[in-house]
Ligand binder design. Structure first.
Ligand code: FES
Length: 139
């Protein structure tokens, strides 16, 4: 009887975790951008920019410093299969947010508020001079 009760609670815990699907994976070709081009000026001013041709729902590129860039998947880590599950840069430029359910994320991908409990997916980036490459390798 005792074991049945334990099993019941363990089972409930697992099912609640499993109800939140993992972010789907969509493979994409390496994205190579020349940071000196005017269309990437926003990276120098606000420090972030949308890249639309990669990831599941696009990518948020964040400039950590002149030598380091983070590429975040825009598909929210919480209930990623919801049609509205898309992360954007908050109008304050201070953090990322998913207006769908109101989760917020710092520019290291960690959750800072709302219902999300997993960090945003981060893709590999590498810098060669002014040429930045984003790959579909998940970090
Ligand atoms: S889908 Fe992202 S917080 Fe709700």
């Amino acid at each position: 009887m005792y074991w049945r009760i334990i099993f019941f609670f363990v089972f409930l815990g697992c099912s609640s975790d499993l109800s939140d699907d993992a972010i789907p994976f969509v493979s994409f070709q390496d994205i190579v951008i020349n940071l000196n081009l005017p269309e990437y000026n926003t990276l120098r001013t606000t420090g972030h920019q949308y890249i639309n041709n990669g990831g599941v729902k696009g990518i948020i590129l964040h400039r950590v410093n002149t030598n380091l860039y983070y590429a975040f998947e825009r598909n929210c880590s919480y209930q990623p299969n919801n049609a509205c599950s898309t992360v954007e840069i908050h109008s304050s430029s201070l953090y990322m947010t998913d207006p769908c359910c109101g989760s917020n994320f710092a520019f290291d991908g960690s959750v800072t508020g709302g219902v999300a409990w997993r960090p945003l997916r981060k893709y590999e980036t590498s810098l060669n001079g002014s040429e930045l490459t984003i790959t579909d390798v998940v970090l």
